[in-house]
Design a protein around this ligand. Structure first.
Ligand SMILES: CC(C)(COP(=O)(O)OP(=O)(O)OC[C@H]1O[C@@H](n2cnc3c(N)ncnc32)[C@H](O)[C@@H]1OP(=O)(O)O)[C@@H](O)C(=O)NCCC(=O)NCCS
Length: 257
């Protein structure tokens, strides 16, 4: 874990704050301008019930990370937040800022009485899975094949379909409360029924062979689709290491938050 400077989490409010979010998108995803969420989208989000939280360095006020959330309604007109983009400056990743930004999002959702936040993440990214399922207590019930199509310009996406898992974060659940208040580890429902392996470091595989990465993607896609179709959901994750893949764990889905 790299040491992070002291920082404060607060709402991004000014145009300068949003411009800093744009710079950080460039740094983190190396997007071309077409894929950048532009300044006017941040302004619109803020004026339509959504919010952007930034982690600002106490020393010089620079932006170290941000989490952006849109206000949304489901088909039964129930409100939820759709969190789109969580980013931490590359030099400061793995130092806890990402988790702190998510817990600040949770507090905001609880304050506003919104029970659910969702977001998508790449099933090939072990770190994101560990962060979402273990450190935050999210669960997964949906697999989206090639969600954004093949047009992404991000260095993190190049050469592969943009498959995504949909994380559901039931912010008031005891499962999420337990990890947010650090009173225990993620609560797992009954017995593990199935598991899906994922490389510990997909970036290393992508660097040596895109074909190999693609094979992993297709395998993970097929296995996820099979388990979800069988009425299972993913609610636990085992973090691997350089020699052993990580694993998603599946349980009977009884609709638990
Ligand atoms: C994803 C991201 C926002 C997380 O923020 P962060 O500040 O780096 O995350 P944290 O330090 O709070 O937590 C990361 C955890 O994953 C762990 N981790 C690192 N590599 C891992 C791996 N290969 N497999 C499993 N876990 C891993 C870290 O050790 C840490 O856990 P720990 O605190 O228990 O040691 C940040 O890394 C980032 O900006 N990544 C690029 C953009 C991205 O993928 N955004 C999310 C999707 S939109």
């Amino acid at each position: 874990m790299s040491a992070s400077p002291t920082y404060q989490i607060r709402d991004c409010l000014s145009l300068d704050d949003f411009a800093a979010c744009i710079n950080l998108q460039r740094e983190v995803w190396q997007f071309s301008d077409l894929d950048i969420t532009p300044l006017r989208s941040f302004v619109i989000t803020r004026n339509s019930g959504g919010f952007t939280l930034g982690a600002f360095a106490e020393s010089d006020g620079s932006l170290l990370g941000f989490a952006h959330a849109l206000a949304a309604f489901d088909e039964r007109r129930q409100p939820f937040f759709y969190s789109h983009m969580l980013a931490v400056s590359p030099q400061l990743q793995n130092s806890g800022i990402g988790v702190e930004l998510k817990f600040a999002q949770r507090r905001r959702a609880l304050d506003r009485g919104v029970p659910l936040m969702v977001w998508t993440f790449d099933p090939l990214q072990s770190r994101n899975a560990y962060l979402n399922i273990i450190k935050l207590g999210a669960v997964v019930r949906k697999y989206k094949v090639n969600y954004y199509g093949n047009q992404s310009t991000s260095a993190l996406h190049r050469g592969l379909d943009t498959d995504r898992l949909l994380a559901e974060w039931w912010v008031a659940s005891s499962r999420v409360g337990t990890v947010a208040e650090a009173t225990g580890k993620v609560e797992t429902p009954t017995a593990v029924i199935a598991s899906v392996e994922v490389p510990f470091d997909i970036e290393q595989i992508k660097a040596r062979s895109l074909d190999e990465a693609r094979t992993w993607q297709l395998k993970i896609r097929a296995e996820f689709e099979q388990h979800l179709a069988a009425g299972l959901y993913c609610a636990d994750f085992v973090r691997g290491n350089v020699e052993t893949p990580s694993r998603y764990l599946f349980f009977q889905d009884e609709g638990n938050p």
